[in-house]
Write a new protein. Structure first.
Length: 392
């Protein structure tokens, strides 16, 4: 189940960013401007913000049905893109369908861990699912250019689409596996989210982390171009993303086992701020790679740490809503940070300073996080006080 889910999660990112590394060539082949090609990726965070909480609730009440619909939408969108590879209307239709399925897939990460793994292994399962997201991003960055050069948009869309269809089929088959652990939706709607200080703090940190990464991935090339190093942007984004894969797969389980999640999140925002400040001072490619590797290793690893903590706090039957809330904040951060950096893109030092300052804002949030052991006890008391628990 985890292997199938990880492949599907990675494929959503692969399909999301198929055009990101080849936007200029794609615009020429589809006879549209570059900004219009950018809209093919922009529909994803926009739809995620709208669908995050409803899909989370659906996953909590009917997990197998909801995840299956998400898988079918991903496959259907991938197939739509193959119908006419150089027709923009078909590409937009495919992207919208995939984007509608993406929240159902990504919001499932904690549900997969809770349904199929014992508590001691859930942090690792969440880390693997999170690392798969960054692996999909890295695959899109590394493969789009060579595939376009080798066979144009048809080859690019057929290969990326085949991955999505295969992942969807594997996930549909895996959902037939019975859950190893009980998964019963809890009563009370989303009121617990509004009242949960911890969830708001975690959402704020994901807002900053995903916002920072999206801004870097979008605007690193023009920022470095102003500094005379624009040609290094693609490899540097790959370095940052690869570091995130390593961090996501290794840090979250260790932080959970040692109950050091708060310490790790504090380190992530501090190292990220320092990395962007140093990038403004010393931006030779080798040093830039070192700064971005350090930022990616901790900043991207913060996502599985937050998701694992949210799983512990939310408890059985609420994981979908918890992830939906956190990922809604992350996608909103992605939009806002990109717009903020775009305003100052003509001044690379201001842009990098804005990214550093944006990371520093996360430190007060991280410092206000409670001790994990206290949080676990409070979450257990809150769950025991719900109408469902009282009835039981």
């Amino acid at each position: 189940m985890l292997s199938a889910y990880a492949l599907l999660a990675a494929s959503t990112q692969l399909l999301w960013l198929s055009f990101a590394a080849v936007d200029t060539d794609a615009a020429r082949l589809m006879h549209v401007d570059v900004g219009t090609v950018g809209d093919l990726a922009a529909v994803f965070p926009g739809l995620y913000i709208v669908l995050a909480l409803p899909t989370g609730r659906w996953l909590d009440s009917r997990f197998t049905q909801a995840l299956s619909v998400g898988a079918v939408l991903v496959a259907a969108g991938a197939l739509l893109r193959m119908v006419a590879p150089t027709a923009y209307a078909w590409q937009l239709a495919g992207q919208v369908v995939i984007a509608a399925g993406q929240p159902l897939v990504l919001n499932s990460i904690n549900k997969v861990a809770a349904r199929h793994f014992p508590e001691s292994e859930r942090a690792l399962a969440i880390s693997i699912g999170s690392a798969a997201l960054f692996a999909g991003i890295l695959a899109a960055v590394l493969t789009s250019g060579p595939m376009l050069a080798a066979g144009g948009l048809p080859l690019l869309l057929y290969v990326h689409g085949a991955v999505g269809v295969l992942a969807a089929a594997a996930t549909l088959a895996a959902t037939r596996l019975p859950a190893a652990f009980a998964d019963t939706a809890q009563a009370g709607g989303l009121g617990w989210l509004r009242r949960s200080r911890l969830m708001w703090l975690l959402a704020g940190l994901v807002f900053i982390g995903m916002g920072t990464y999206n801004a870097v991935a979008t605007f690193l090339q023009p920022v470095l171009s102003h500094l005379g190093e624009g040609g290094a942007a693609g490899p540097l984004i790959a370095v940052m993303t690869f570091a995130g894969i390593l961090g996501a797969a290794s840090i979250a389980p260790a932080a959970a086992a040692r109950q050091r999640r708060r310490l790790m999140l504090c380190a992530a925002v501090l190292v990220s701020a320092l990395a962007f400040a140093m990038l403004a001072v010393i931006h030779a490619p080798l040093w830039s790679g070192a700064w971005l590797f350090a930022a990616g290793f901790l900043l991207l690893a913060a996502l599985p740490v937050v998701l694992d903590w949210a799983e512990v706090h939310a408890g059985p039957g609420r994981q979908g809503a918890a992830v939906g809330f956190v990922m809604l904040a992350g996608n909103l951060g992605g939009l806002i940070y990109v717009v903020a950096v775009q305003v100052v893109i003509g001044s690379p030092y201001v842009a990098l300073g804005l990214l550093a300052a944006g990371s520093v804002i996360g430190l007060p949030l991280a410092l206000r996080l409670p001790d994990e052991r206290v949080s676990r006890a409070e979450a257990a008391r809150a769950r025991d006080s719900t109408p469902l628990a009282a009835g039981r």
